[in-house]
Design a protein around this ligand. Structure first.
Ligand code: UD1
Length: 422
């Protein structure tokens, strides 16, 4: 059955934790290395499974990739191969972000439809429409996205929704297109700002980074660069929720607290005390957290990736919370696992109503995706007895040293290789 985590609830988390680079940034930055011949070096990379998986995708495209702890070196050839290996790509959702760079460099891309989390349908229509506007024909055939472009030219592109992945793919194609591209209703996530910063260091001409209108003046070539990956705000926020739920006191270093302005405000509404500085913050909670409502939205709204933490917090809060999911429709599926562990939670379409209970009751539970897994562990920290969380390879895909970090904060958690007890 593989590994699981055994969480013995009841500990109050205290201490300091260091957060490294963001998963949702590093994978795109690795893809961006395809845009320039030569060696790009990324530092502060998280040591998570998705990084070597992405390295395999890039190797299948002709790159040399060296993963050395937190440092990833990618040497991109004069002309990358246009066809990504089916097995590597289908194991990793984020690998679809090689589409834009390949179209830009090779004028051709064949990218298998990606795999990834079970959080709802993840179509690629906005990626394809944007690339089409830039002059690439795209079609889906035999489980692969196939794109061709004689020339890439600037265009005005309006996204139906500020999709993170579509913004990134279109951006990475537009930097090498001829003329000016305007992406309207672009995503504004800090990870996109990080990508813009790296592309600018490579010689790209981008205006409006961090706003919903990105203007890209295409250039003919880019140069490789060295870049430090931004800290993972989702991981940092996970530790903040853990502190509040366990009535603890935690200092988080390595994250820009402005990326968590709304999150920290929500935690203050729940009764927490916070303080922030340039690259970190601390959260302290005395007594039981109060109930707060959460609505997920694209950045700067409350991140959908933190919705499971919001459910977990609401499950032990004093009062009733309403959580509204606006980004991934199937993301509430994991709530059944929360109920297994004693949460009084009901979902109806986009909404979940959670009535907080004083104490959750331990049970074996299954993680369906990275963030659901983290939310279940947080709930286990507040449950009576020992909670087993299974399918933890999902958590390992997004959280470097997850168990070690929690243990350093005083949690009673261990990674175990054994059969489930039911
Ligand atoms: C990225 C993040 C993920 C996060 C999500 C939203 C990575 C590797 N993953 O995923 O952790 O939860 O942003 O913040 O960075 N959509 C379409 N058509 C498209 C593209 C998207 O309908 O062509 C829809 C999706 O189904 C979803 C919504 O748009 O409902 C948002 O998706 P998107 O922002 O693209 O998420 P990802 O980039 O896949």
């Amino acid at each position: 059955m593989g590994e699981h985590f055994r969480v013995n609830g009841g500990a109050r988390l205290t201490g300091e934790v260091e957060v490294v680079g963001a998963k949702n940034s590093v994978l795109k930055l690795m893809a961006a290395a395809l845009l320039a011949e030569g060696t790009t070096t990324l530092t502060n990379c998280p040591e998570i499974l998705d990084v070597p998986l992405m390295a395999d995708v890039l190797r299948s495209l002709g790159c040399e990739v060296e993963v050395d702890g937190a440092c990833v070196r990618i040497t991109s050839p004069a002309m990358p191969l246009a066809e990504a290996d089916y097995r590597s790509v289908s194991r990793l959702r984020a690998s679809v972000c090689v589409l834009g760079p390949l179209v830009a460099r090779c004028r051709r891309a064949v990218v298998p439809l990606p795999g990834g989390d079970a959080i709802g349908s993840r179509p690629l229509d906005m990626h394809a429409n944007g690339l089409r506007k830039l002059g690439a024909s795209t079609e889906i055939s035999h489980g692969r996205v196939v794109a061709h472009a004689a020339d890439l030219h600037g265009a005005q592109i309006w996204l139906d929704f500020p999709s993170v992945g579509a913004t990134e793919n279109i951006l990475m194609a537009a930097v090498l297109a001829e003329g000016t591209t305007i992406i309207d209703n672009a995503a504004r996530e800090p990870e996109i700002v990080d990508l813009c910063r790296m592309l600018q260091q490579m010689g790209a001409k981008i205006e409006g980074s961090g706003s919903s209108t990105l203007t890209v003046h295409g250039v003919s070539t880019l140069q490789p660069t060295d870049h430090r990956v931004i800290g993972d705000r989702i991981v940092g926020a996970t530790w903040a929720f853990a502190a509040v739920m366990t009535r603890g006191e935690v200092t988080v270093r390595g994250v820009d607290p402005h990326h968590l302005d709304l999150v920290l405000d929500k935690l203050r509404s729940a009764g927490a005390h916070t303080s922030t500085w340039v690259d970190g913050f601390s959260v302290a909670m005395h007594g039981r957290p109060g109930a707060v409502d959460f609505v997920t939205l694209p950045y700067p709204g409350f991140a959908t990736d933190l919705q499971p933490m919001a459910i977990a917090l609401s499950a032990v809060a004093d009062g009733t919370s309403m959580i509204t999911e606006n980004v991934f429709e199937a993301r509430f599926r994991f709530v059944d696992e929360m109920v297994r562990i004693g949460a009084d939670a009901r979902t109806d379409g986009h909404h979940a109503v959670v009535r907080g209970v004083d104490r959750l009751s331990s049970a074996p539970v299954w993680a369906s995706d990275i963030r659901a897994g983290a939310g279940l562990v947080l709930a286990g920290l507040c449950a009576d007895g020992v909670t087993e969380v299974w399918d933890v390879e999902h958590i390992d895909r997004g959280y470097p040293r997850f168990v070690e970090n929690l243990r350093s904060l005083g949690a009673d958690i261990a990674r175990v290789d054994a059969e489930p007890s039911r």
